[in-house]
Design a protein around this ligand. Sequence first.
Ligand SMILES: [Zn+2]
Length: 218
Amino acid sequence: MASTTKLDHKPSPKKPRDEAQSDGRGRAVPKVTQREVEDAVRTLIAWAGDDPDREALHGTPMRVAEAFSEYFRGYREDALAWLSDADIDMARGYDDMIMLRGVRLQSFCEHHMTPFEGKVHLAYLPDQKVVGLSRLARVVDTLAKRLQTQEALTEQITSTIEQGLAPRGVAILIEAQHQCMSLRGIKQCGVDAITHRFTGAFETDASLRDRFMKLATA
Ligand SMILES: [Zn+2]
């Protein structure tokens, strides 16, 4: 059995599938076998009114299990680890706002397990640490690939960047459309849910915040 070597400095954001599962907040959850997931899908098919033994549906439970494994891979990743190689030199003297506009968001509502999709605009004002731009999009994606509310996701992205980069401030704006609103219940399509969070300089400096909002909504 391979053991972890001390030469491997950088923690990998990926956790192996068979590691004790956690709910993304560090709490252990019972392990579920592939067979149990497929049986659950068969139950849902029968409950919906179809025959899980119908030939065309034979492979469906396995495919649904695979799809769910992809939708929720965020439980097997560590969002903070994406920022672990943040660097002091990378900024090369640049000390203004660093912003990503329009990071694609695909997540799942924790109340209905239906998708919500949209865009995340995020910025930070570096202090000592700067990180590769794609790492910030990875943070968003890892946190999004869990059962979420948009509000909680906004907060978690903010606190992960604060923890990982200790910046002078963080700004997040998320606009998303929730299928639990368009497919069911009130059946409202095309409604954007908007959440935002400002910390540090973005909270105290109105002109900085305005600059972020203008760029985010341009
Ligand atoms: Zn919902």
